[in-house]
Every structure is written in structure tokens, then in C-alpha cells.
Design a protein around this ligand. Structure first.
Ligand code: NDP
Ligand code: OXD
Length: 311
């Protein structure tokens, strides 16, 4: 049986996705959503950040398959049918890229590259003592598919790594904290705080002045999760008063970041355009096909999101 799935994707061309499905799963016909002739017959849709118009066009959807890891862009829709199954990607090439993104930026600060960049602007030739990675304490908010991978990568590079999640974890060489009651203890010892949390009602605005002030003076923030985790004005205040040494933001509250935003000009702040980790087409299509096959077989899709917890 051939099934037709609309795709909603505006981050690049659709054709490579269509071609990959045709290669990997010839029974799944993926079609640009605007070209679907019988929207009432559609049961499964493949999306990245769909609009309300898209969701309204397919009244009989049973499952929506997200082309990314974070499902906040779907769950945030006010009229999302209560029984719609939401399915996400797990890793799909993103863990490798996140490892690189965090390793690169952590080494930047650990090896004082921020200081050397500043010195270069003053033609200053001044080496500073290098310290072992094992003396540089990195904390990761979120120990899921991506956070756990980054933690393991940093351990392999010799860093002193700890992490925080909702439920208890046991990960080799990573000191694990969990729950709101352990958050302050976790924060109080870090050289760098990395955020890889999903955006939910419990994590929105978590990175405010109260949380960030718990970090030791001179700490760094790296947020590659969602802009809405962070109160941007609080970050700017703490960079300006010297409490934080620097920050890296891959995501911001309003994307793309407006040319007027003070974030662009802030010394000590590095910005990347939500590119820390991208879904790679081949592994993403493999997973989406597995999820659709599970739906067709009446079994639980491996990427099914627990809607009540928001991730
Ligand atoms: P997962 O769902 O696999 O992991 C989420 C982790 O966060 C889990 O460890 C979970 O705890 C923890 N968590 C959730 N809520 C809380 C809470 N209230 N308190 C403490 N811990 C909590 O997600 P992924 O690792 O796949 O992805 C994480 C996020 O990264 C995505 O949601 C997305 O926003 C972002 N992302 C950003 C990209 C970019 O390019 N910038 C690319 C891809 C993803 P527990 O293990 O106990 O459930
Ligand atoms: C994701 C993302 O959630 O790219 O997959 O941000």
C-alpha cells in the first residue's frame, strides 16, 4: 500500500527529502503540502515548524512527524488536536554536530582564546598559563539524546563534566544531578554552563538572572537549545557587570535575530544562526520511515513524544 504524506519544510529545498523517501521507502510518497489534492485523506504529515494554516488544512491527521528534535514548534499550537501523535527525531546526525559545537566553544574559553582575541585587537603578545581540561568544570542542562552525547564527548577530551536532568541518571565519569532541588548545587561549581533542554512550561525562562547569578563569577553560558530558555536582558546585564565572562547563543527568542538587537554588539557574546546541529536527510528519513511503518503496523513509534510532559 502506498501512502501519501505532505511535507512542510521551509529551511531548504524539499526535493532532496522527496528523493530520499523514494529511495529508502518507495511506499511513502512525500509531496509538497500545497500540492496535496485530497487533504481530508491525509493521516501522517512531515513537518518543521508548521504554520496554523498547515495544521488546519489536514483535518484528519493522526500523527505528525517532526523533522527535528525539539517539538515546541508543534506543541505550542493552541488548536492542536488532543489525540494527535507527535513524533520526533532522535539524534539523526545531530549528536555528532552538537559534540563538535560544544567542544569547539568550550576549548575556546578553556584555552583562553577569548582573551587572545581581545589582546590581538591591542597588538598585545602575552601568553597565559594553560590549565588541564580536568580542572575545567562543564555542566550540561539536559542529558537526553544530545546532552548525554555531548557529556560523553567532553569526558573523552578530559573535561570535568556534570549534568542535570529531570530523572536520575547514571553515566560513566559524569556527575549527575536531577530535579529542581539539585539545580543550585549543580550550578554553583561550573566554569561553563551548556543548555540542551527541551523548551517546555518547566524550562521556559529558566536561564534568568537568579539562575545565572548562581554560576561562579567568570563562568560562561552556551545555549544551543531554545532562545526562550533565556532572559536575554538578564544575560546582557551579567555580561556587562562582569559576572559572566562570555556567552555563546545558537538560538535566540526571536529568530532570525533582528539587526537592531543589542545582542549583536555585546562584547563577549558569540552568536550563531541556529545551526549547531542540523537534521541530516538520510538518517532522518530512515527514522521517519521506521516511525510511519510502526504507525501502519499499529505499534508504538520509537520517536513518540509524551505530550503531557512536553518533550
Ligand atoms: P531529549 O528529549 O532527548 O532530552 C531532554 C533532556 O532534558 C532529558 O535529559 C530530560 O530529562 C531533560 N529535561 C527535560 N525537562 C527537564 C526539566 N524540567 N528539568 C530538568 N531536566 C529536564 O532532547 P534532545 O537531547 O534530543 O534535544 C534537546 C533540545 O536541543 C531539543 O529539544 C531542542 O530544543 C534542542 N536542539 C537544538 C538544536 C540546534 O541546532 N540548536 C538542534 C537539535 C536540538 P530526563 O532524561 O529525565 O527526561
Ligand atoms: C531541532 C533543532 O530541534 O534543529 O532539531 O533545533
Amino acid at each position: 500500500m502506498t501512502i501519501t504524506c505532505p511535507i512542510y519544510y521551509t529551511a531548504g529545498p524539499i526535493q532532496p527529502w522527496v528523493d530520499a523517501f523514494a529511495r529508502q521507502y518507495p511506499h511513502i510518497k512525500v509531496v509538497d503540502w500545497q500540492h496535496i489534492r485530497h487533504p481530508e485523506e491525509v493521516r501522517y504529515a512531515i513537518v518543521w515548524q508548521p504554520t496554523r494554516e498547515f495544521l488546519q488544512r489536514f483535518p484528519n491527521l493522526q500523527a505528525i512527524l517532526n523533522l527535528g528534535a525539539g517539538v515546541d514548534g508543534i506543541l505550542g499550537h493552541p488548536q492542536l488536536p488532543a489525540n494527535l501523535q507527535v513524533i520526533r527525531l532522535k539524534d539523526a546526525g545531530m549528536a555528532e554536530q552538537m559534540n563538535q559545537y560544544f567542544a569547539y566553544h568550550i576549548m575556546h574559553f578553556h584555552r583562553s582564546m577569548d582573551t587572545y582575541q581581545r589582546q590581538q585587537t591591542q597588538q598585545q603578545w602575552l601568553p597565559h598559563p594553560a590549565t588541564p581540561a580536568s580542572n575545567f568544570r562543564v555542566g550540561i542542562l539536559g542529558l537526553g539524546q544530545l546532552g548525554r552525547s555531548v557529556a560523553n564527548c567532553l569526558v573523552s577530551l578530559g573535561y570535568d563534566v556534570c549534568g542535570w536532568s529531570r530523572s536520575d541518571k547514571d553515566i560513566d565519569n559524569v556527575q549527575c544531578y536531577s530535579g529542581d532541588e539539585q539545580l543550585h548545587e549543580f550550578l554553583g561549581q561550573l566554569d561553563t554552563l551548556c543548555c540542551l533542554l527541551p523548551l517546555t512550561d518547566s524550562t521556559r525562562n529558566l536561564l534568568d538572572r537568579h539562575t545565572l547569578q548562581r554560576l561562579p563569577k567568570g563562568a560562561v553560558l552556551i545555549n544551543a537549545a531554545r532562545g526562550e530558555h533565556l532572559i536575554e536582558d538578564d544575560l546582557l546585564a551579567l555580561l556587562n557587570n562582569g559576572h559572566l565572562r562570555g556567552a555563546v547563543l545558537d538560538t535566540v527568542r526571536h529568530e532570525p535575530l533582528s539587526p537592531d538587537s543589542p545582542l549583536w554588539q555585546q562584547p563577549g557574546l558569540m552568536i550563531t544562526p541556529h545551526c549547531a546541529a542540523q537534521s541530516w536527510i538520510e538518517p532522518s528519513v530512515t527514522q521517519i520511515g521506521q516511525n510511519i511503518n510502526a504507525l501502519l503496523a499499529g505499534t508504538e513509534p520509537p520517536g513518540l513524544v509524551e505530550r503531557s510532559r512536553g518533550y
